[in-house]
Design a binder for this molecule. Structure first.
Ligand SMILES: C[S@@+](CC[C@H](N)C(=O)[O-])C[C@H]1O[C@@H](n2cnc3c(N)ncnc32)[C@H](O)[C@@H]1O
Length: 292
């Protein structure tokens, strides 16, 4: 198969097929005005694989040895991974306040038991969101617990559909350009400096994290753990409304009693669910599950 230098124009029937495939498998909805994004990224991969017809490449994703692997590579090109440390400070502050309240509630009863907070970052991309949350949780005020001789434990699970993004997240290595939004004092405390302007998240923080490949559309089959905080920003904005609602229902099912759900500002409008209540805050979109 000889690849043409320039791929042919993608007609509307072909676009429709790719749009459907991507939505079925990932939930991501490519509107007509993102056609050039699709074509540019497909073209890159098709050239690498030696395809010159969209339909042949499309068919190859459905059959044969290696089609699942090829799909995993393609997903990485067709999803947006943009992220940064402390991307939404107001939401991070809300998480810190919530966990401090958990601690303060626990200390009202002298039990000797540790306090444990579990956080789920859904659509975590290359890890910046997870490590930002890990730094926030490392800095919560635990003095009341300390006085009672009790420990505070926390863990963070990052989930994403993209294997390459997760591999980067697990390594926790970032160039200093990506670390401009990390306060200097935190850079010092939580990162080791490597060569050529790179830094790596210290083990003390990395050991609190775990990165798992999963499709947000298939959360029903994910392990049934409950989380104290579920954090999902800049993921559902790429999905159609009906799908967003279904996914958010799954989030609510995974919230521990009293747990906090944080969505990005444009993630879902007018969420109403009998088990959760909107948190009154101007700066972000958050909900609390009853109980706790
Ligand atoms: C724009 S990034 C957002 C990263 C981070 N949450 C933030 O706000 O900075 C969106 C991430 O969602 C992931 N994603 C897209 N569709 C997904 C799906 N169906 N299941 C899990 N992750 C998905 C992408 O791979 C990408 O890493």
């Amino acid at each position: 198969m000889a690849a043409f230098e320039q791929l042919p124009e993608m007609n509307s029937e072909e676009f429709y097929r790719w749009q459907q495939l991507l939505e079925q498998r990932t939930g991501v909805w490519l509107s007509e005005n993102r056609k050039s994004f699709l074509v540019t990224n497909l073209a890159q991969r098709m050239r690498e694989r030696g395809f010159d017809r969209y339909q042949d490449y499309f068919d190859s994703l459905d059959s044969g040895v290696g089609s699942a692997l090829e799909w995993a590579n393609l997903i990485d090109l067709l999803t947006v991974h943009e992220t940064r440390f402390f991307r939404d400070q107001a939401s991070m502050d809300l998480v810190r306040n919530h966990v401090e309240k958990l601690i303060s509630k626990a200390t009202a009863v002298e039990s000797g038991e540790p306090v444990n907070a579990q956080v789920w970052s859904v659509g975590c991309s290359t890890g910046e969101e997870v490590y930002s949350l890990a730094m926030v949780l490392s800095e919560v005020n635990t003095s009341a617990l300390d006085k009672q001789g009790r420990n505070f434990y926390f863990g963070l699970t990052g989930v994403d559909i993209s294997f390459p993004a997760l591999a980067q997240a697990r390594e926790g290595i970032y160039h200093q350009r990506k670390l401009l939004s990390v306060p200097a004092i935190m850079l010092e405390e939580y990162f080791d400096s490597l060569a050529d302007g790179y830094y790596q998240v210290k083990n003390q923080l990395r050991h609190r994290t775990c990165f798992v490949q999963a499709n947000v559309q298939e959360l029903e089959s994910a392990p049934k753990q409950l989380y104290d905080v579920i954090y999902c920003q800049n993921v559902l904005i790429y999905f159609q409304n009906a799908r967003r609602e279904e996914i958010v229902k799954q989030f609510v099912n995974r919230l521990a009693p009293g747990g906090l759900l944080i969505l990005g500002p444009g993630e879902l409008n007018n969420l109403s669910h009998p088990l959760i209540e909107k948190v009154s805050t101007k700066h972000c979109q958050a909900y609390l599950r009853a109980g706790g």
